[in-house]
Each structure stands twice: as structure tokens, then as C-alpha cells.
Design a protein around this ligand. Structure first.
Ligand code: 26M
Length: 822
């Protein structure tokens, strides 16, 4: 429909309404005359799915015929959000759908709101994967995603009356999911436990244990302005034979059902941790289940080409997104060596030319390790293979650096200790063709810290950088239609052109000073603020002042992200407001601060931060002296859909991690793309955003990465009392202790993290943070200058399109090429 333009828009509309009514009567078996919004949404979504299916089929047919090299993106999380709006936008049929739905007596936006988010992810990692799939299809690249079909996604966040976070399950599959296609014909048997007997030539036979079925579900990924429609394949676990018939027949029903439950448990729930703790057997089972099923699928497809295994790297590139799928490396060795009888060295050559590895964090507590006894129990053959890989690797290190025992111990895949542990990141590094970080600073830190020994061994060229990106379809056109329309009208080119070549936004620069354009720009922002205010009113029941500056910090709750710095800064601002006269207050810049984000259920300090934010908000919002000038809101249950409301409405957003801790950040890109200014530390992708848009348009503050190590050392070995180091912050902490925001005792464990050790260096950065916010206030007073900054920021964000990022991967890493589906 998109390219050929054969049918007229009218014909499109009438075929759309026909297909919606058809789905109401058939797929839903309901009557059109008493249909509610949910039913109308489902029928409409099914009709959009039909449109995508045709393109999907043609895309897969083209791949089968032309046999291009493909890339496979293995990510244990995909944070897709809603699909319907994105689907009709990418199909180029949004206007036609709006018209058709209107004719049927419904409203498009209401139906869009009926869809539940597909929230199969925690945060940045999973949302990045979703953006990359959108860009792969849009750039016509043959890329498939592989992940798990969790029955429950990230938990729903509720806030108790005392401000505590409560978690409820997210049964997102409760209703029909119109966008998935079950593939009962695509199934693989996955083995766990059992015994591995070595035979000859380094081979082994793995038998016994438990076998579980992996069943495929496909999700179509439509490209924008192209027919190319890639696939996200999600695996569901099922018992191999319903349940254990022997026990069943013997009358032992409970035992029979137990086995079936244990198989189904594997894909029952997404682990709600982000950047933290390991060790759970079920999590390891998820990882193996998913990588083994995905590899079986990839190898089956490759075998149908009838090529020798040595050609695998010419037909498949497999991207390991973080260490979660690292078991794919020993698994491919097992398939090649044990099942296909490829000699070990040849197999290793194939493996190390097929895999690529992206690291997403340098936080030491987030580097994945698995206990040797657990691996031995669950995956006995894989542990043998890991030991064999390690033996050969350590020998080659010894050859290159004779007698350097420390180096051998540092680089070994096995960390000594009780128990011994396998270092998954090292396995991913040595098993991959190339390794990359996700922003310049992060990639450089990798090369000089975690990967230092490996750089010395393999050479620098194995260690690259691909700075993250975000899809401008969802994160501008879809979430901010007003801005998108204004940009199109101003650039005087079709929307489809700049949305696929985001550098074209630069064309806005010539209008950055134009008062008429600035006015229009400001109106769009105001409308978005009102839309957000409406949402806040319906969810929290409060009216907010949309004339105030909107200041947003939304992300997972984590000590390194320093939501604490923000809330302490707010308390400081509150005290300052209280201390001045009403006349002086009138001259200040009114501010509404929004927080949102989930804390991992077991992360005690992060949950305390939420409680503090909520109780501080209560006190401040109710204070008649200050409430006109400062308001604070914590929006519960942050999600992709909530982000789509917040991002377009921000005047400033905060990205204030301790320097060197945030690998990249991607919401920083989304806010700037929507003309929100950035307050941030010199960390992750903030740095490159500053380079692109000009440091004068960013409010940077805080210590730089090279200073951090030394400052931490000082805090540990030569601590200076906080009263001396930072009196302003000390005052804030003391007031919290004294019970200004509810029982002071409650917050003591949180306050102590700052008073002692201060690992994230709040006392070091607090004053410069306050100073930066002061500059923000001053800048906001001059609206014309502010609007110029806002326009310039958006205009120079072209680099951060995920199209650029995915093309980097395609060219520099995977060696795949676009294939246009006719
Ligand atoms: C680990 C163990 C058990 C359960 C879950 C995990 C786990 C889940 C997610 C560990 C790490 C996870 O993600 C890390 C992550 O999201 N990193 C972020 O990646 C983004 C995309 O590259 C970056 O923008 C962020 O800076 C980085 O923090």
C-alpha cells in the first residue's frame, strides 16, 4: 500500500472498515452494534495485523529466496510498549485508520489507549532492543530478534498509603494478544541436568535429565515506509508430554502435575532486576532455554541452505546483547562438536566468527558470574566445554606472556573461590568476533578497565563502540504528533524523509531565532504539558500548574542514577523558598518536578528513596507558602506508554549519574529530541549529546570520571565529616533525620549511605548540582533564548537515531546488507 499507492485513500478506508467489521463478527464473534472500546480495539488491531502479515510473508519469502546473510539479536528483554499505533504509523495507514474508526463511531486515540504495554523488560537494555528492531525493518536489514515469551512482564508498581512500593503481577496476556502468531509447528526439545560422558576427539554424549519443549511465538516488526517486516521470535516453555503419564496412570496426580509446572515455570516471569544480583537457578534455566532454542532454530535454517558449517559466519551473525545469552557460545560448540562432528578447532573458528558481544554496564556488581557447581548440575556438558575453552585460552595467554601467573589468574574464565565461578563476560569476549560498548566514554572505560588484559592479548581493534540510538518514529512522530507536524511544515519535506534521515532536522536551525517559529514551538510544548497534566489529574487526582517549568527524572531507581541528589536538591530549594519573603518568592521560577521509576523488589535502599520522594512531595505540595512555586509528583507504574506522555512535556530532564557509571542512557536522547533541555553529569551519552548540540545548550555539572576513583579513595581512607564537606547537604540530611518528612528513623539507612563512604559521591557533587539548577532558572526567565536552545537541541539530535546505530552494527560488525522487499 505504502509504495505502490495503487489504491486510493478512500478505497483504503473502506477496506479497513470492512476488515474491522469482519473481525468483530468472526475472530471476536461479537455484534458490531453493541461493541465496547476494547472490542473495537481488538478487531482494529487484528485488521492491522492482517496488513502486516502480507508484508511479513513477502519479507520471509525474499529472505528464503535470496539467502542474504542475516543478523540475530539475542536479548533476554524486549520492552516493546504498545504495538497498534506504531503498526499503523509504519504501514503508512494511520490517517486511513483514523477515518475508518471514526466512521464506525469510535475514536482512534481511545482505542490506542485500550492496548496494554508489552513490558517484557526492565529498562534501558530492553527498550534499546525494541528500538533496534524498529530500525532494522525500517532500514531493510535482515535482522531477527529472539527472546522469551514471559507470561508475566515487569511487575505493576503500586504505592501504599505510607509511600512504600508494592508489586503486583502483570498478566499482560490475560486478553487476546492480537499481535502474536503461535507457531505450534516450530518446537525444539531442550535438555537440562543429566550426565555428560566424554567419548573420543573431545566429544561427549549428554543424556538423561529433564527435557522441556520450546514453542515459538512470532511478533511482526513492520518497517517505516517499507514493506520489510522482520520477526521477533519468543519462546514459550511447555512440558514435553503434557504431564508424566506414568505417574498419572499410577494415580500420583500431584507428581504428574509438578513436572509440568516446572517446565512451564521457565517462561512464567521476567526477573525484575536491572543491573544487579545473580545466582537463581531459574534465571540460569531461562538463559539456557532461550539460547538453546534460538540456536537450534538458527542452525536448522542454516542447514536448509546445504552449505558446509565453515560457511556459517557468511550467513549468520549472532549478537549477544549483554552477557545473558553467553551460553550460546558453549551451546554452539556442543552442537558443532558433539552433534555435527566438526573438529574442535574448526568449531571454535566458526564460533568466534559468528558471535558479537555488547556490554551495557561497568558496574562491578552487575558483571554476571555463575557458580561452577550450579552449572555442573544444570548443564554438565556446557561446563566441560567451558573448561576446555578455558584450558586452550589460558595456554595461549601463557604463550604470549610467559610466566605471568597473575595475568593468567586475572584472565581465566574461572574465578577461584568457594564456590568457583564462571565469568560470563570473559567467555563472551573470547568467544566473539568483536566487542562493543554503548557510548564513547563507556567503550573507552571498557578498554581500560574490564577488558584491559584482553585488549593487550587480542589487540585494540576487537574493541569498538556503537553509541546507542532511539527510534524517531516512536520517540518523536508517535509520542509528539504536534512537533512532528510543525517540523514537517517547517522543513518543507515529507515527514517520511526526515524520519528516516534524522540529520535533516538540522534544517530547523535557520528558524531557531525566528519569533514566529519560536511561538509555534512553544505552543506545541504547552499542549504536551497540558496533555500530561490531564493524565496526572486522572491518575493522581491533582491539578497542576502547566505554566510552571516541567522538570523530569524518570528511570529505574538505582543508587548510581542518584534520584537522591534530585530529592535532596528539592528539599534544599524548599528551605530556600521558605527562608525568603513572599515578594522575593514571586520573582522565582515556578517548578513542577516529576519522578517515575520502579525499584527492584529486593532493593531496600532504592525503595526507601521512593518513600522519601513521596513523603517529601506530600509536605511540599501542601505548604501554602511554597506550593505555587514548587510541586513534586511521583507518577506510579512507569512504563513505555507513560514515558510517551512525559518525554514530549519536559522543559528539562535530569540524567545525573555519578561520572563513569551510566553506560549510555537512552532517555536523555528522547527528551532532547523533543526539545527538552538536559541537566546532567559528564557521563555516558550525555557527553556526545553535548558534543552534538553544543555544551552551551546543556547544563553540565559535577566531577569528571577520572576524579571519581581518587575521591572514593579519600572517602574511604580520609573521611571528612559531611558538615564540613557540604554544609548545605548536611542540613538537608539532618532535617530528614529530625522528622520533617515523616518518621526520621525510617530513612536512616539511606542517609547513612551518604554520611559514610558516599560511594556515589553526593557530597562531592551537591553544590555544583545546585549551581547548575540555578543557571537553569536564570536561563528559563529569558524565554526567547530558552526556545532557541530547545530548537537547537532538537535540530542537532540526528546522530542519536537508532537507524544510525543499527547501520553501524550492520556495516562494522555483522557485515549484512539491506534487502528491499518489492
Ligand atoms: C541481571 C540478573 C538478574 C536479572 C536481571 C539482570 C539484568 C537485567 C537487565 C542485568 C542488567 C540489565 O540491564 C542492564 C541495562 O539495562 N543497562 C543499560 O543499558 C542501556 C542500553 O545500552 C544503557 O543506556 C544504560 O546506561 C545501561 O544502564
Amino acid at each position: 500500500v505504502w509504495k505502490e499507492g495503487l489504491r486510493s485513500a478512500d478505497e483504503d478506508v473502506s477496506s479497513i472498515t470492512k476488515s474491522i467489521v469482519h473481525h468483530v463478527q468472526t475472530s471476536l464473534s461479537r455484534q458490531a452494534y453493541n461493541l465496547d472500546d476494547l472490542g473495537a480495539y481488538q478487531a482494529t488491531a487484528l485488521s492491522a495485523k492482517d496488513n502486516m502479515l502480507l508484508n511479513w510473508n513477502e519479507t520471509q519469502l525474499a529472505y528464503t529466496r535470496k539467502q542474504p546473510k542475516r543478523a540475530y539479536y539475542l536479548c533476554i528483554e524486549y520492552l516493546m510498549g504498545r504495538t497498534f499505533d506504531n503498526a499503523i504509523l509504519n504501514l503508512g495507514l494511520k490517517d486511513q485508520y483514523r477515518e475508518g474508526i471514526d466512521q464506525l463511531g469510535f475514536n482512534l486515540e481511545d482505542l490506542i489507549d485500550k492496548e496494554r504495554d508489552a513490558a517484557l523488560g526492565n529498562g534501558g537494555l530492553g527498550r534499546l532492543a525494541a528500538c533496534y528492531l524498529d530500525s532494522s525493518s525500517s532500514q531493510e536489514l535482515p535482522v531477527w530478534g529472539y527472546s522469551l515469551r514471559y507470561k508475566y512482564g515487569i511487575f505493576q508498581q503500586l504505592i501504599a498509603p505510607d509511600g512504600s512500593q508494592l508489586e503486583a503481577p502483570d498478566p499482560w496476556l490475560e486478553h487476546l494478544n492480537p499481535f502474536e502468531i503461535p507457531r505450534y509447528d516450530v518446537q525444539y526439545e531442550i535438555r537440562f541436568y543429566g550426565q555428560s560422558e566424554r567419548t573420543t576427539k573431545g566429544r561427549a554424549v549428554w543424556s538423561g535429565g529433564q527435557e522441556v519443549l520450546a514453542v515459538a511465538y512470532d511478533v511482526m516488526i513492520p518497517g517505516y515506509g517499507t514493506k520489510n517486516t522482520n520477526n521477533l521470535r519468543l519462546w514459550e516453555s511447555k512440558p514435553k508430554r503434557g504431564f508424566d503419564l506414568q505417574s498419572f496412570n499410577a494415580g500420583d496426580y500431584e507428581r504428574a502435575v509438578e513436572a509440568s509446572n516446572s517446565a512451564e515455570a521457565i517462561t512464567s516471569v521476567l526477573y525484575p532486576n536491572d543491573n544487579t544480583t545473580f545466582g537463581k537457578e531459574l534465571r540460569l534455566k531461562q538463559q539456557y532455554f532461550w539460547t538453546a532454542a534460538s540456536l537450534a532454530d538458527i542452525i536448522r535454517r542454516f542447514k536448509s541452505l546445504d552449505k558446509p558449517f565453515s560457511a556459517l559466519p557468511d550467513y549468520a551473525a549472532i549478537q549477544l546483547n549483554d552477557t545473558h545469552p553467553t551460553l550460546a557460545i558453549p551451546e554452539l560448540m556442543r552442537i558443532l562438536v558433539d552433534e555435527e562432528e566438526v573438529p574442535w578447532d574448526d568449531a571454535w573458528e566458526i564460533v568466534t566468527n559468528t558471535f558479537f558481544f555488547t556490554n551495557h554496564t561497568v558496574l562491578p556488581e552487575a558483571l554476571e558470574k555463575w557458580a561452577v557447581p550450579l552449572l555442573e548440575h544444570l548443564l554438565p556438558r556446557h561446563l566441560q566445554i567451558i573448561y576446555d575453552i578455558n584450558l586452550i585460552f589460558v595456554q595461549s595467554v601463557e604463550k604470549k606472556f610467559p610466566g605471568d601467573r597473575d595475568r593468567l589468574a586475572r584472565m581465566s574464565l574461572i574465578e577461584e573461590g568457594y564456590p568457583k565461578q564462571v565469568r560470563m563476560a570473559y567467555l563472551a569476549i573470547i568467544g566473539s568476533r568483536k566487542v562493543n560498548g554503548v557510548a564513547e566514554l563507556h567503550s573507552e572505560l571498557l578498554r581500560t578497565t574490564i577488558c584491559k588484559d584482553f585488549v593487550e592479548f587480542f589487540g585494540i581493534s576487537k574493541f569498538g563502540n556503537v553509541t546507542n540510538g532511539v527510534t524517531p518514529r516512536r520517540w518523536l512522530d508517535q509520542c509528539n504528533p504536534g512537533l512532528s507536524a510543525l517540523i514537517t511544515e517547517t522543513l518543507k519535506i515529507p515527514k517520511s524523509e526526515w524520519l528516516k534521515d534524522l540529520k535533516k532536522l538540522q534544517g530547523l536551525l535557520e528558524y531557531a531565532d525566528d519569533p514566529k517559529f519560536q511561538k509555534k514551538w512553544a505552543v506545541v510544548k504547552q499542549t504536551n504539558k497540558e496533555r500530561l497534566a490531564h493524565y496526572v489529574e486522572t491518575t493522581l487526582g491533582v491539578k497542576i500548574n502547566t505554566k510552571a517549568m516541567f522538570d523530569v527524572q524518570v528511570k529505574r531507581l538505582h543508587e548510581y542514577k542518584r534520584q537522591t541528589l534530585n530529592i535532596f536538591g528539592i528539599i534544599h530549594r524548599y528551605f530556600t523558598l521558605k527562608s525568603i519573603t513572599p515578594e522575593e518568592r514571586k520573582k522565582t521560577n515556578p517548578r513542577v518536578v516529576f519522578f517515575a521509576g520502579k525499584a527492584a523488589p529486593g532493593y531496600y535502599i532504592a525503595k526507601l528513596v521512593i518513600k522519601l520522594i513521596i513523603n517529601v512531595a506530600r509536605v511540599i505540595n501542601a505548604d501554602p507558602d511554597t506550593k505555587e512555586y514548587l510541586q513534586v509528583y511521583f507518577l506510579p507504574d512507569y512504563s513505555v506508554s507513560v514515558a510517551e506522555l512525559l518525554v514530549p512535556a519536559s522543559n528539562i530532564s535530569q540524567h545525573i549519574s555519578t561520572a563513569g557509571t551510566e553506560a549510555s542512557g537512552t532517555s536523555n536522547m528522547k527528551f532532547c529530541l523533543n526539545g527538552g533541555l538536559l541537566v546532567g553529569t559528564v557521563d555516558g551519552a550525555n557527553i556526545e549529546i553535548g558534543e552534538e548540540i553544543g555544551d552551551e545548550n546543556v547544563f553540565f555539572f559535577g566531577h569528571l570520571t577520572p576524579a571519581v576513583e581518587d575521591l572514593r579513595y579519600q572517602h574511604t581512607y580520609h573521611p571528612v565529616p559531611i558538615e564540613q564537606k557540604c554544609p548545605a547537604l548536611a542540613h538537608v540530611l539532618n532535617e530528614i533525620s529530625a522528622g520533617k518528612f515523616g518518621e526520621g528513623q525510617t530513612y536512616e539507612p539511606l542517609l547513612n549511605t551518604v554520611r559514610h563512604h558516599d560511594h556515589y559521591l553526593l557530597t562531592e557533587d551537591f553544590q555544583s548540582y545546585i549551581d547548575a539548577l540555578k543557571l537553569v532558572d536564570e536561563a528559563y526567565l529569558d524565554q526567547s533564548k530558552w526556545l532557541k536552545k530547545s530548537i537547537t537541541t532538537c535540530a542537532k539530535m540526528g546522530k542519536f537515531s537508532s537507524d544510525r546505530a543499527i547501520l553501524d552494527y550492520a556495516e562494522e560488525y555483522w557485515s549484512i546488507e539491506p534487502l528491499t522487499v518489492e
